[in-house]
Design a protein around this ligand. Structure first.
Ligand code: FAD
Length: 556
């Protein structure tokens, strides 16, 4: 790259950053730079879906954060994985494609964010999506809900494990409707998830958006470079007296460099690191910044607040008759070797699994208007986020609370950009959260005890099997629950320039030249997995950035 000044500088090449890089560089007149802390996504363990297990066990391509001790989890520290590679968390995630419930977005709009209701965001979900079921589908309403010409490939699992349909049958035996499209008119029910894969490979945001754009002469990707602070305009550089961000400083190897943005800096470092980088740059809650010895450039108390995450409780079963990829056994090793050959030959077979192949959305009690719980049925004994290698085989199911009331925050541990942020989701501190999760745990157990699964004689692991009373189950949950990897909300979108962080066009309140575009802007968690919603946010942001640039151009 010979230019040290570009039009847009994007910080973070994750789900949102890759979308912005691709969309903004569609205009050849616009110079776009993307700076990503991690390496390019070359590892086969990223592209091969089941490589997810290897990534989990090795901690590769991951920031591997942890939370501060959580009183709601009996003092345990939670694990907070985040992708550190092009594609960000979409390069290490479980590839489930869900969008949340339409009402989630209507609630965003009702909270003072016009333009973000369901009918506003649905076109962006469709714009992003290439759903392989589209052509084949004769469902009357399918085309109202899904896209078939977007960059992100969405497909049905290619070679699902036979146990996944057994779970779906068990759910139906427990009284839940079968649902073949969680992103259609009705979210509730049990079924197989659609996945962000293409030809039996992971389709991350890097593969879907960035890879096809890499040949453009106006797109500069700088990897293995960590942005350490945002640069303010010198006094006099800003025309209207409002502080202006004009670029970034980053560390690449031993060298420290700067890159300036003629139009805007677009912060896409994710829900944990976007607030961290803002605070490192002197933008955030003034008192906290002073505590850390950082000069306050712009006091914005909402930065880092409002952290929300999906808390998730697991049930794990031993199943002697099952052979999975995750467990340790001779038949397991032989199966894995055969699966490797098959995947190399035809991109089919067990290695196309995302492990959490089936699941569902259910209500913790009949009086709930929409599902408040999500189930993930996992092929394998998922212990300690997949970091442990269990002996023998089995399956797991997780129940997660979709709209927790507990709110936490992200703060700085120190003014050193290399230090991990302090992450405090405050899990299970609100009584309502525990009540719903407890009900969900019992509903999940009743599904797993239905004949469609029970006939195989799998055994619940002793730690949970012994938890029968409500008090015992609550203790089990506090001892074993953790995130299902959906932190959001730490740069909340909203109209209040004091307590919210960005406006509805994702511009940081009180600053010029800076937007935040990633999962951190979500005012509240959506009832589903967060990759597609983040991609939607970035698609909509790209449109707004282009519109604003056009409007500014026509004025000047
Ligand atoms: C293990 C796991 C499983 C998941 N499973 C699913 C799933 O199945 N389905 C689903 O929908 N969602 C899933 N998610 C969540 C989903 O992937 C995330 O919500 C989404 O990717 C967030 O996108 P983002 O752009 O906000 O952040 P990210 O994708 O995390 O991107 C942030 C990027 O910024 C980079 N970065 C951070 N700081 C700096 C800096 N200072 N300088 C330069 N670069 C920086 C990071 O390295 C990263 O690449 C999962 C997440 C994880 C971690």
């Amino acid at each position: 790259m010979n230019a040290e000044i570009l039009d847009y500088v994007i910080v973070g090449g994750g789900s949102a950053g890759c979308v912005l890089a691709a969309r903004l560089s569609e205009d050849p007149r616009v110079q776009v730079g993307l700076i990503e802390a991690g390496p390019p996504d070359r590892s086969v363990f990223i592209h091969c879906p089941a490589g997810l297990m290897v990534l989990a066990r090795t901690g590769k391509a991951n920031w591997n954060f942890q939370t501060v001790p959580q009183p709601g989890l009996n003092g345990r520290r939670g694990y907070q994985p985040r992708g550190k590679v092009l594609g960000g968390s979409s390069s290490v995630n479980a590839m489930i494609y869900t969008r949340g419930h339409p009402q989630d977005y209507d609630s965003w709009a009702a909270a003072g964010n016009p333009g973000w209701g369901w009918t506003d965001v649905l076109p962006y979900f469709k714009l992003a999506e290439h759903n392989e079921r589209h052509e084949a589908s004769s469902l009357g309403t399918w085309h109202d809900w899904h896209g078939n010409s977007g960059p992100l490939n969405v497909m049905d699992p290619r070679s699902p494990n036979p146990y996944s349909p057994h779970f779906v049958h068990a759910g139906m035996q427990a009284g839940y409707p079968r649902n073949d499209d969680f992103n259609g008119p009705r979210q509730e029910g049990v079924g197989l998830y659609q996945v962000t894969q293409k030809n039996g490979q992971r389709h991350s945001a890097a593969q879907a958006y960035l890879a096809p754009a890499l040949g453009r002469r106006n797109l500069y990707v700088i990897s293995q470079a960590q942005v350490t602070r945002l640069l303010f305009a010198e006094a006099g550089e800003s025309s209207d007296g409002m502080p202006r961000i004009v670029g970034v400083e980053f560390q690449q190897g031993r060298s420290k460099r700067q890159l300036r943005a003629a139009c805007e800096v677009l912060l896409c470092a994710g829900a944990l690191q976007s607030p961290q980088l803002l605070m490192l740059s002197g933008i955030g809650p003034g008192a906290h910044l002073q505590e850390r010895g950082i000069t306050v450039r712009h006091d914005l108390p909402g930065i880092g607040q409002n952290l929300q995450d999906h808390i998730d409780a697991p049930l794990v079963y031993d199943a002697a008759h099952l052979t999975t990829l995750t467990g340790l056994s001779w038949p397991g090793v032989m199966n894995t070797l055969r699966a490797i050959l098959e995947w190399r030959r035809s991109r089919t077979g067990p290695l196309t699994t995302n492990f959490a192949e089936a699941g569902g959305f259910i209500r913790s009690r009949a009086s709930e208007r929409i599902p408040d719980l999500q189930l993930h049925f996992v092929i394998g004994k998922l212990i300690d986020h997949g970091r442990a290698t269990p002996l023998g085989h089995g399956y797991s199911c997780h129940v997660c609370l979709l709209r927790p009331q507990s709110r936490g925050h992200v703060r700085l541990a120190s003014a050193d950009p290399a230090a991990a942020p302090l992450i405090d989701p405050n899990f299970l501190t609100m009584p309502d959260d525990m009540e719903r999760l407890l009900r969900g745990f019992k509903l999940m157990r009743s599904i797993l005890s239905q004949p469609a699964l029970a006939r195989f004689g799998a055994q619940e692991l002793p730690a949970s099997a012994q938890a029968r009373s409500d008090a015992q189950i609550q203790q089990f949950i506090r001892n074993h629950a953790d995130t299902i990897y959906h932190p959001v909300g730490t740069c909340r979108m909203g109209p209040d320039a004091r307590s919210d962080v960005v406006d509805t066009r994702l511009r940081v309140h009180g600053l010029r030249g800076l937007r935040v575009v990633d999962a951190s802007i979500m005012p509240d968690l959506v009832g589903g997995n967060t990759n597609a919603p983040t991609i939607m946010v970035a698609e909509k942001a790209a449109d707004m950035i282009n519109e604003d640039a056009a409007a500014a151009g026509s004025k000047s």
